[in-house]
Design a protein around this ligand. Sequence first.
Ligand code: ZN
Length: 455
Amino acid sequence: MSYDLVVKNGVVVTAGATYRADIGVRAGKIAAIGQDLGGEQTVDAAGKLVIPGGVDIHVHMQMPLGEEVISSDDFFTGTRAAAFGGTTTIIDFVEPGPEQTLVEGLAARRAEADPKVVIDYGLHMTIGPHEIAKLDQVQAAYGAGCGSFKLYMAYGFRLDDGQLLRALEAIRDAGGQPVIHAENWDVICTLIERHQAAGRTRPHWHPRSRPAALEGEAAGRAIDIANFVGLPLHIFHVSCAEVVERIQAARAAGRPITGETCPQYLFLTWDAYDAPGLAGAFPVCSPPIRDKTHQDALWRALARGDLQMVTTDHCPFTAQTKALGLHDFSQIPGGVPSIEMRLAGVYQGVARGHFSANRWVELCCTAPARLMGLSQKGDIAPGLDADLVLFDPDRRVTLSTAFLHERCDWTPYDGIELQGWPAATISRGEVIVREGEFLGEAGRGRFIARRITPP
Ligand SMILES: [Zn+2]
């Protein structure tokens, strides 16, 4: 029996097991896992770990921020960088216009993404204040493939607690999965005003206007409202120990609450905001990067199971765009590029002995796929999409803008050394990156209509 492609001689690592085997691929699917398989094309994985393609369920490609500003990776450059880093599926966002229905908003966002994506993708539907009048459309959005819905407790997208309740009820009735940006916006606005009035305008004051205790309070409030409504809730970009505690407590009580953290919180500390000049503005993101005790707590939470996954919140802005906030930290467009280093970054938890390679795969591939209804992704088993990464655990890399492929003229990880890096990335049976060379093409990725499986 011959296959289109065989990945030979590798050590297969899934969330549940580690074993030596060949993987046979036919028509873009994993067709067989066994010994001495033969195929038309062979990829030698000797010395490599063979893992499911990475799944990053929180990215912002070409995201508009007001009239003039847009995140600097588009759906081509961003998904190409993802592929270089071993990620084969992303979930981005629909932000419907005020005059659009939710399904029209979805169609418009797909029209931006479809010609450009290199890897497969899904979309979360954003429910902002304009969408509260459209909650009767949530079911239709779910039916059109938006299995998950993004809610904000901050920014112009902010919902008040009553709106949050109503949105969660509509998402529950449609069978969807809500994801939330949890921060206490009223406190943040008040602290920002106070800092500005006192002339405290450097990025140093950015984390000091968004206290960890109030991120914990907001997450706890969102969890309580979700529990009252009776549906699962996923907490985005957990930056601090206080939110970990809320998630841990909810899960201990049997509640279907999950949380993610991101590389910026695992690799940087808030000293980064004290870098001179514009450099201090680069790592501005929200929630903010915090001190080392929080960073340590997040690594511990990943190891213990108190956080369920690592995503990126990838949202790069160029140095020129970041300069919009040079004289006022509150005007700095928030977001950092992390999509390419996530998989190797989290592997440092394995290299340093914090958790197993199986846990690494669970955090970066399997858990996000399961939560988001990506039923063909995140695992290695016959019948699933042949999204595979050959990961070289012995390669050492030093991160820099020259090394990375994200469209951004700085990286917050400049000079950071990582052990392990992807040697090849396979998407639906097609080798799209091999030994640092991009072999894919714009538009080969597909939109994935998702339905959520209740936990
Ligand atoms: Zn985000």
